[in-house]
Design a protein around this ligand. Structure first.
Ligand code: HEM
Length: 258
């Protein structure tokens, strides 16, 4: 066994096949997509661990796993910055070779969305656009969403999502709630950075190679949330009845001084 054979480097490094081998940016374009797919593979692997841990009630294991997923989602998002260095005229030189291929056909990305909790009619339509729903995506759709798993876990511990945020001290379930929220937020950050990249390279009004409106379509996905009820809990602290209850409580830490 050697470094190269363990990592199957001969195979790996033969998989980048630019249409224009001398092009200054096409290799990077391929590598960022391929690397993203490898990270998606890792994220799906972690997602399995996360869902099993939640099903078994292993809260701290779930916390560790969601922390790793959050590291991975940040890596995938950060990679997009490499492509920000590609000027539009360079992309125009090879975009035609892509034909109708598009990141929107990424099965692993759709499987991640499905496992995370996407169930809205638009999503269900998108995953059928290129033929039957891929098996990986269907399997994820057949599983409970992250939000459902989390709420079951909370119910099993005999508490409520709200009480996680009002209890006297942070609990493992609170850490998991915050980790899941960070995951949702990190995923949306990828969507935002991706649409910015798209606007930067092909402009805000150019249609996508996959047949959508391009950036105008992608903009709408940025506000999508997988765990809307975890986001909603936050607002409860700022509605009038909560504010009244808080006003009755003794002030601490200089609260209310600004
Ligand atoms: C030059 C850089 C890029 C451009 C111009 C670009 C452009 C686009 C456009 C226009 C769409 C909308 C669908 C369509 O009609 O084609 C799209 C979707 C998508 N792209 Fe990219 N993209 C770029 C880089 C990437 C990278 C590096 C990835 C990483 C895997 C990626 C993954 C995706 C995914 C997953 C979607 C589907 C998003 C959704 O439907 O919510 N893209 N891209």
């Amino acid at each position: 066994m050697s470094y190269g054979s363990y990592l199957a480097l001969d195979e790996l490094l033969s998989l980048q096949r630019p249409r224009l081998p001398d092009h200054p940016d096409e290799l990077l374009f391929i590598v960022v997509h391929q690397a993203s797919e490898l990270w998606f593979k890792c994220m799906l692997h972690e997602m399995d661990h996360l869902t099993h841990a939640m099903e078994r009630g292993e809260v701290m294991y779930a916390v560790l796993t969601v922390q790793r997923m959050n590291a991975l989602v940040q890596i995938v998002a950060a990679q997009l910055s490499a492509l920000e260095t590609m000027p539009p005229q360079h992309f125009a030189q090879f975009r035609g070779y892509l034909g109708s291929s598009s990141g929107s056909q990424s099965v692993q990305f759709r499987a991640l969305e499905a496992a995370s909790g996407a169930r809205d009619p638009h999503f269900l339509q998108v995953i059928q656009e290129h033929g039957p729903v891929p098996e990986l995506v269907q399997r994820a759709l057949d599983q409970p969403t992250l939000e459902e798993l989390f709420e079951r876990l909370v119910a099993r511990e005999g508490v409520t999502v709200q009480s996680l945020y009002t209890g006297p001290a942070p609990t493992p379930l609170f850490l998991l709630a915050e980790g899941l929220l960070a995951y949702d937020s990190g995923f949306a950050r990828w969507r935002f950075l991706h649409v910015q990249l798209v606007e930067r390279i092909i402009g805000p009004m150019t249609a996508g190679s996959g047949g959508t409106l391009g950036a105008r379509y992608l903009q709408r996905t940025v506000s999508q949330r997988f765990l809307p009820r975890l986001w909603a809990v936050r607002a409860e602290f700022f509605n009038p009845s909560r504010a009244a209850a808080a006003a009755d409580a003794p002030a601490s830490n200089g609260e209310g001084t600004r």
